[in-house]
Design a protein around this ligand. Structure first.
Ligand code: NAD
Length: 507
């Protein structure tokens, strides 16, 4: 039970936005903001028109012509400053994320921490945009590669990580010398205003051009401007597979580049040798945490038949202890679904699961919080399925964990890889050969494969992304920066002769 009134919530949001540096209006606009915490409307802010979005792209394209020649370590200073401001305003931005994405304050601030971490990473990267030197087959020649900025990067992001995914893209893109136009989720416009304002302050503090960063507010129709404008060299789009199917062919039709981070259908295999206490904690956090609204949420459990009943009983018991409610109450572990569409989608999937032979062991019911039907809270569900069936192949963006059993390890891997998505995966085992097989080429087919931890909660140091219908993109750490640059292969002849490659003779 939260004691904050609606008016108090509005003034908390205003204070947080002001602290982040947002000075614009919060009323009289055409874009209605809303909170899943209570289901109430918040402010009506001004959305961006398609014409304005096109002007932003033009301005970012113009700014690119100077930004690309700014030394990369100096570009890194903007990101360093952004990281400092994010650290200072971690709670302010965390509040905005909590209000719009419905997360606990610990998870919302954790999301801002992820932004701070990628700023640290990208700052270092700004001094490490390395190219290789390769031995030339010709005497007196040097062969090497250089990496150059590509231009305007369009970032489209989803509601469930409203600011972190933006920063993964933006921190890397800016140090690489690109400029950024961001179209956040229409459900999280206030968080976007806060995150964008902090970057604007960082740019200002470093004396750089504000046109290196732009924010488009509105729904998919205004976001579509990014898909069709040839000045947008790369579209980095995070969201549903449905969205990716629309984005990819449109951008490809103009030979633009795209980076897709789409839906997941993440599973964990639990072997008979697993440490069950550890597995239990890993499973419950990954499956029920964030009300099942992480792209890496665990949606399938593939458990050996000899331990299935025991483990499932423990999971059901743990689910019964989960506190569900408004996460402004810090004792709450499971917050709201984002809207009625998410709730209806969950109910539909539970019905389909039952028709396909599934048994709902716990959860699935709506929870009315603070006497209002405007918000959508739900008990996380566990459904035991007799076999792999159609519903298990779909991502339902809500807390449903399907349980399947296996008898031998090959069967577990086959069940694991049988879905069209390929984001995150895990195995709980104390058997080293099983762990190695899971990580091998014939093991998990996902972009993320973990041993003895759940499917969610990635660190920024690794490249993040997935295979198959998850889209194949990689963001964040490792060498993901290369996606934001173009590579040139250079041959320099200092021999005074003109030997041709492959020994070809001409003239
Ligand atoms: P969504 O696909 O409805 O929307 C995502 C973003 O795309 C929004 O900003 C939306 O306005 C925009 N959009 C939608 N259609 C578009 C189009 N045709 N052209 C241009 N823009 C368009 O997704 P959502 O409900 O906000 O988020 C949940 C989904 O995102 C889940 O499927 C989840 O798995 C996925 N997700 C994936 C990752 C990942 O890294 N793989 C991360 C977070 C979320």
């Amino acid at each position: 039970m939260t004691t904050q009134t609606h008016d108090q919530l509005l003034s908390t949001i205003q204070d947080a936005l002001k602290a982040c540096g947002y000075t614009g209006s919060l009323e009289g606009g055409n874009l209605q903001t809303r909170t899943p915490l209570t289901g109430e409307d918040l402010f009506k802010i001004q959305g961006t028109t398609k014409e304005q979005a096109t002007e932003m792209i033009a301005a970012a394209d113009e700014a690119f012509k100077s930004w690309r020649d700014v030394p990369a370590p100096r570009r890194g200073n903007v990101i360093k400053r952004w990281g400092e401001l994010l650290t200072e305003h971690k709670h302010d931005l965390g509040i905005l994320v909590q209000v719009e994405a419905g997360k606990s304050i610990s998870e919302a601030e954790g999301e801002v921490q992820e932004m701070i971490d990628i700023c640290d990473f990208a700052l270092g990267q700004s001094r490490m945009l390395y190219g290789k030197t390769m031995p030339s087959e010709r005497p007196g020649h040097r062969l090497m590669e250089t990496w150059h900025p590509i231009g305007v990067v369009g970032v489209i992001s989803a509601f469930n990580f409203p600011v972190a995914v933006y920063s993964w893209n933006t921190a890397n893109a800016l140090v690489c010398g690109d400029t950024v136009v961001w179209k956040p989720s229409e459900m999280c416009a206030l968080s976007a205003l806060g995150a964008h304002a902090l970057l604007a302050r960082a740019i200002d503090d470093c004396g750089e051009d504000q046109n290196i960063s732009h924010l488009i507010l509105g729904d998919r129709t205004v976001g579509e401007v990014l898909l069709d404008d040839p000045r947008v060299e790369l579209v980095s789009a995070t969201g549903s597979t449905r969205m990716g199917r629309e984005v990819a062919p449109r951008v490809a039709s103009r030979f633009g580049r795209y980076l897709l981070e789409l839906g997941g259908n993440n599973a964990a295999i639990v072997s008979p040798t697993a440490d069950l206490d550890l597995a239990l904690r890993g499973i419950v956090f990954a499956a029920a945490g964030t009300a099942g609204q992480r792209c890496t949420t665990m949606r399938r459990l593939i458990v050996h038949e000899s331990i299935a009943d025991k483990l499932v009983d423990q999971i059901v018991a743990a689910y019964k202890t989960l506190t569900i409610g408004d996460p402004r109450d810090e004792s709450v572990l499971v917050g709201p679904l984002v809207n009625q569409g998410a709730f209806d989608g969950m109910q539909k999937s539970l019905e389909a699961a039952k028709e396909q032979g599934g048994e709902v062991l716990v959860g699935g019911n709506r929870v009315i919080v603070d006497d209002t039907e405007k918000s959508f809270y739900v008990e996380p569900a566990v459904v035991r399925m007799p076999e792999q069936s159609e519903i298990v192949h779909n991502e339902t963006f809500a807390p449903i964990l399907y349980v399947l059993t296996y008898s031998d390890f090959d069967e577990a891997i086959a069940l694991h890889n049988a879905v069209p998505q390929g984001l995150s995966s895990a195995i709980f085992t104390q058997d080293n050969s099983e762990a190695e097989l899971f990580l091998s080429a014939s093991g998990s087919d996902c972009g993320i494969a973990n041993v003895n931890i759940g499917t969610s909660g990635a660190e920024i140091g690794g490249a993040f992304g997935g295979e198959k219908e998850t889209g194949g993109g990689r963001e964040s750490g490792s060498d993901a920066w290369k996606t934001y640059m173009r590579r040139a292969t250079n041959t320099i002849n200092y021999s005074g002769e003109l030997p041709l490659a492959q020994g070809v003779k001409f003239l």
